[in-house]
Design a protein around this ligand. Structure first.
Ligand SMILES: Nc1ncnc2c1ncn2[C@@H]1O[C@H](COP(=O)(O)OP(=O)(O)O)[C@@H](O)[C@H]1O
Ligand SMILES: [Mg+2]
Length: 375
């Protein structure tokens, strides 16, 4: 689960068939993609629907950027304005500081080649082989045969499908289909890859392998990856930063460790709840608002947000509390090299008052509260 830690050790350039391409995408201080006051209104059956309301957002070159939010929040609308599959109703989308609104048809075609996209349902041509599916956009673009063959071979190698080039989509697993989708999205050496729920149709193991491939592409080719997912584990695994959308507005954004370690907005808290160490049912049933007798244990919820960069110091905690301390539930996980999570501790026979316990707990943890008492 410490895949994010690997991000600080980029794969060596000079290895593999696509080596050196990262140099085509030099670092720039300015945002790769910038939305300013972006608005989108659809004409729905029951009148206008405001899907995006004044979005201001920068996505940096080379980062893996996650977009989360409830269904209907505007995630797909936002991502689709980047290649102008959706036309903004107001505001601007700048790519490399260029406003794409003014692009004519020719420039749009060029833009879309610089931006690859993969989808939940792969969108492959069922009557074409793996090879033909990847080759098609190159044919459409009028790329000469020899060059096409080199490119397709190189990409099938990259996505691990060299042996499957003659297969048809129906003969492939979901993960293999998405690998074809990824190869096809990369044919024009895009600088940006958009992923709209690209792993949502895959089982967890296959999701892991696709995420591994996306990470490799990000590091080896220097691609900016912008991904939408409802799977929080996907964000945790590969994203650098994340934005939370709700009803067409940004309600929270930041580095993944920060948003996951200490979500501020109700929507973020709800979305991330499955990853939090909340009270299991059996413990909940045993918990009382007041101590039943003198020997009852107080249950503290200590939250570590990762903000200090330190791991929870258990010996310091136990020494500070005195008495008996047992760990009821919880744990920490590492995201981007930071340890964050909850520890639910039951403390009994301590000479300290509840107030004093909380003061001491807060010297170690970023948040601490009393959940109740257990006998
Ligand atoms: N083509 C469309 N016509 C009318 N309403 C749309 C259209 N596309 C999306 N919407 C509406 O815009 C809102 C945002 O949709 P979408 O961007 O697909 O959200 P998400 O991807 O977060 O689920 C929703 O209320 C949706 O119903
Ligand atoms: Mg969507």
């Amino acid at each position: 689960m410490n895949a994010t830690a690997q991000r600080s050790q980029p794969l060596e350039h000079g290895a593999g068939p696509l080596a050196g391409r990262a140099e085509l995408h030099p670092q720039k201080a300015s945002a790769h993609v910038r939305f300013t006051q972006l608005g989108k209104v659809y004409e729905g059956r029951q009148g206008p629907v405001a899907a995006l309301k004044g979005i201001d957002l920068d996505i940096q070159r080379g980062e893996v950027f996650g977009i989360i939010g409830r269904s209907g929040a505007g995630k797909s609308s936002l991502i689709r304005t980047i290649n102008r599959l959706e036309q903004p109703s107001s505001g601007r989308v700048l790519i490399d500081q260029v406003d794409i609104a003014a692009f004519n048809e020719d420039k749009l075609v060029e833009l879309r080649r610089r931006i690859g996209m993969i989808f939940q349902h792969f969108n492959l041509m069922s009557a074409k082989t793996v090879w033909q599916n990847v080759e098609l956009p190159l044919k459409v673009a009028g790329v000469p045969k020899e060059q096409r063959q080199r490119k397709v071979a190189e990409l099938l190698e990259l996505v691990g499908l060299k042996d499957k080039h003659k297969a048809y989509p129906a003969q492939l697993s979901g993960g293999q289909k998405q690998r074809v989708g990824i190869a096809r999205a990369l044919v024009h050496d895009p600088a940006i890859l958009l992923c709209d729920e690209a792993t949502s149709a895959l089982d967890p193991e296959t999701t892991q392998s696709i995420l591994g491939l996306l990470r490799e592409i990000n590091q080896r080719l220097g691609l900016t990856i912008i991904l939408i997912t409802h799977e929080m584990a996907v964000i945790r695994e590969i994203c650098d930063r994340v934005v939370v959308l709700e009803q067409g507005e940004i309600v929270e954004q930041g580095p993944v460790w920060q948003v996951f370690g200490d979500p501020q907005h109700e929507v973020s808290k709800t979305l991330l709840a499955p990853l939090q160490h909340v009270l299991p049912d059996d413990l909940h049933a045993r918990l009382h608002a007041q101590p039943s007798d003198k020997s009852a244990s107080v249950v503290l919820d200590l939250q570590f947000t990762g903000s200090t960069g330190n791991e929870p110091d258990l010996s310091a905690l136990f020494n500070a509390f005195g008495g008996r301390v047992s760990l009821l539930h919880g744990g920490v996980e590492r995201i981007q090299g930071r340890a964050l999570g909850h520890l639910l501790l039951a403390i009994s026979h301590s000479p300290l008052s509840i107030e004093e316990l909380l003061i001491r707990a807060r010297k170690q943890a970023q948040h601490a509260k009393v959940l109740g008492y257990v006998a």
